[in-house]
Each structure stands twice: as C-alpha cells, then as structure tokens.
Ligand binder design. Sequence first.
Ligand SMILES: *[C@@H]1O[C@H](CO)[C@@H](O)[C@H](O)[C@H]1NC(C)=O
Ligand SMILES: *[C@@H]1O[C@H](CO)[C@@H](O)[C@H](O)[C@H]1NC(C)=O
Ligand SMILES: *[C@@H]1O[C@H](CO)[C@@H](O)[C@H](O)[C@H]1NC(C)=O
Length: 473
Amino acid sequence: MTKPRWPFVNKILFFLVYVHLDIGIATCSTDPLVQQQLDKVLRLPGQSFNLSFAHYAGYINVNEDSGRALFYWFIEAAEDPDSKPLVLWLNGGPGCSSIAYGEAEEIGPFHIKADGKTLYLNPYSWNQIANIIFLDSPVGVGFSYSNTSSDLLNNGDKRTAEDSLAFLLKWFERFPQYKGRDFYITGESYAGHYVPQLSQAIVRYNYENEERTVNLRGYMVGNALTDDFHDHLGVFRFMWSAGLISDQTYRLLNVLCDFQSFIHTSTSCDKILDIANEELGDIDPYSIFSPTCPANVSQSNRLRKRMNMVGHISERYDPCTEAHSVVYFNLPEVQRALHVDLARAPSKWSTCSELVSNNWKDSPRTVLDVYHELIHSGLRVWMFSGDTDAIIPVTSTRYSIDALKLPTLRPWRAWYDDGQVGGWTQEYSGLTFVSVRGAGHEVPLHRPKLALALIKAFLSGTSMPTLDLVSSS
Ligand SMILES: *[C@@H]1O[C@H](CO)[C@@H](O)[C@H](O)[C@H]1NC(C)=O
Ligand SMILES: *[C@@H]1O[C@H](CO)[C@@H](O)[C@H](O)[C@H]1NC(C)=O
Ligand SMILES: *[C@@H]1O[C@H](CO)[C@@H](O)[C@H](O)[C@H]1NC(C)=O
C-alpha cells in the first residue's frame, strides 16, 4: 500500500503502546532451533480446515541497543517446501503491514471472511509454489515494535533496509534449513523503495563478507514507487486520460507538482492535489473501476470502505477486506496464536500506521540508480503493474522504466491466461515489465489467478505465457 497521498485520511490514529500483564508469553530461547519450534503456529482461531504445511510467527530482534524487534509470519509451501524457493513479501505505505495486506488479502493462504472471525484458504496463494516470509517493517508497523519510542518517529528508508538485512541474517540462523536457498524479494507500492534497497544491502553484504547464506536471485515489485519525477508525470497523465480530472487541474499538477517528492510535498502542490481529489469524487483510487466499501464499515486506515459484493469472472470481490483483518488481528486469541507479545503489541492493531507514515524521514526521490547497480550484478528484476490503479499507475512505471534506457530484448506483446489476455509484457535487457489487466494497486487482491501466473513465470525465469503455449498444453 502506498500512503494515500490525496487527503483521503484525516483520522487520528492512537498508537500508544500500553503495557498490560500477560502470563503465557513464550520466552525467547537462545537456541535458534528451539526458538524455531517455539515460533511454530498451531491452530489459528477461526480455522476449520487442516493444513498440509507448517507456519511460524514471532519476532527477530534487529537492534539490541534500542530494543527494535521485527515481527514475521513465515508460511511454508503447501507441498515439498524443501524443493521450493524462499520469497520475502513486503507491503509499503510507508507504515503498512505485510500481514494485513500481503498475507490476509493478497498472496497469503489465510484470508478472512466478512465476520472477521473465520478463515478460508486462498486458492491462489503463492505458497503453492514458494515458501513465503511476511515481514512487518519497519518498527511501528503491524506487530513490529521498538522499546525506544522515538524510533517510531524516526523511520526512514536507510534504517528500514539496515534493520531488514539484520532481520534476514538472524532469521536464517533460526531457520538454518533455508540457508543458501534461492531467495527472492517481492512487494508493492512504497515497497518499490524497500525491495531494491534491501536487495542492494544484501548484494553488498554478500560481496563484502563472501557470504551466500542469503542467496538473493532477484526481485519483483508491483505498482512500485520508483522515481518521483516520472511517477508523478505518470499519475497526472493516467488520471487525465482515464477521465478522472479536468484539463485545468491536469495542467496545474504538471506545473506545481512535477518535481515534488512523493512523500514530502509542498503546500502549493498539496493544494492542487486537494482539487484533484475533489474532482475524482468518491471512487477508490487504488482500483478505479471497483466499487467502494461503505464509509462506516470499519475503523481501518482507508476512508473508502466498500461493501457491495460484485461478481467477477470466477471470483467475488469484497471491497471491505481490510475491515475484516482489523477485526481478526485485534482478537487477543489470534494475537496469542501468532505469538504476539501482548505487552508490546499496539493497543489497537491497524493495517497502516499513520504515526510511521507521517513521520517518515529519508526517502530518496529515485531508486533508479539502485536498479542500474543491481541489474549489472545479474539479479532477475521484474516490474509489474495493475493497470487500473491511479496511485502509482501503469503510466508511472512505464515512464520510470523508459528512464532506465535499457535495450529491448523481446518487444511489447499481450500475455495470456486461459486463452484470455492477462495483460502486456516487454522484456528489456536486465528487466521484465508485466502489466496485469483490470487489476488495481494490489494486483493479487484484484486478479489473484493472474498474479499466481505472474509469480510462477518470475520464479521459473520464463516469459509470460503466450496464447500458443496455453492452447497447445
Ligand atoms: C483434521 O484432522 C483431524 C485429525 O487427523 C481429523 O480428526 C479431522 O476430521 C480433520 N478435519 C478436517 C476438516 O479435515
Ligand atoms: C523490550 O523490553 C522488554 C522489557 O524489558 C524486553 O523483554 C524485550 O526483550 C525488549 N525487546 C527488545 C527487542 O530488545
Ligand atoms: C452505516 O451506514 C448504513 C447505511 O447508510 C446505516 O444504515 C447505518 O446506520 C450506519 N451505521 C453506523 C454505525 O453509522
């Protein structure tokens, strides 16, 4: 998720951590393997089905001095985890939980029914083909915490990458069976910063230490914030061509906001963004053709709450999924099952922390320099885009890729799933672009089957399916 950059959200979020006593908290063992077993999640509340796979949840301390700990949920592949790659999924914000979005409404197996209490298995979960780590990053997000409260007011890109690297190095100590496993990082939105920055930190660490524990093979980002200038031009152009804003506003946006930072905007740019927001009306800018969730359904971060159940081809779209996770992850029995330290959990768990996003510090205006470095290091790099997102739209991603000036290896073409166009793709030297037709900001939420086809192609290093391939199989 990206921070809703139009003033959609004016809610004040209370994020006071208060302490209450709870017996029964698992104490941290010093033996990593013992701790691995302690982290194993038994049955989740609302789980009426048996599982073919194991999953684990808990904390990794990433900084002893400040007392920073990152919370993870690790879900093994449904079959034969030993032969499957390891994937880290990161949501953005900054300030949004990978468990709230990535696990509970996008690529994870455990999705939550409208009652906020009952789970069902996502038939398109990425754990069909990979072992997946969901990480709440940085501190102040989801269940991740710091014992130094000022840390929550001083998050930024640099420390996020450092803490995430520290997390991974310690995680592999707790899960030594995954050392050296093919490893990929994926994520969306503001994770367009986190993913390449963490990849860069790993590549440099491995080089300096001649290490291969974290065997990073590639990364993939979706609707990813990449380069503020090109991303902004893409947003304005998309909103104008989709018919969402006036000619006048389009012109002013280009004049007043083009060289602005995405995270730290000027007052004059904010004013015209307000006007654009008015003109958009009551739509979901994260998915411009989807119904919205009625405003009073939940207490969650987004102001747009959507309720209508709309039939898509074979899947029903529930625009209120965030509201269900707010109910579920606030249940004390759910937190206990996931080994959350109740004394250090937020008094009210939320999908995104405004405290974190509103106080975000360093946010470089571009990560294209990181792309150049990593493409040269031989990593597999993919960028995908749901083409009905107005937050970081397909036009932004195309402008940013264009700015990399990479030679084309295979030209623009449609790709297929079940004989239908799933989107479009172009393969550059060192980078593959894939769009997903009809998907919003959270591609796996809106088009779960196409998203599964995407991660399959990415992990196997093949091109997106063609029509011929489908019909001859
Ligand atoms: C789950 O496994 C238990 C023990 O093997 C069995 O008694 C139960 O019927 C199973 N439940 C389902 C829903 O398959
Ligand atoms: C935070 O403080 C508590 C209480 O002193 C301690 O139990 C916990 O281990 C600390 N967390 C970290 C990450 O150091
Ligand atoms: C929520 O909206 C519905 C429909 O507009 C209304 O009937 C209901 O009273 C509202 N509930 C609350 C708690 O505001």
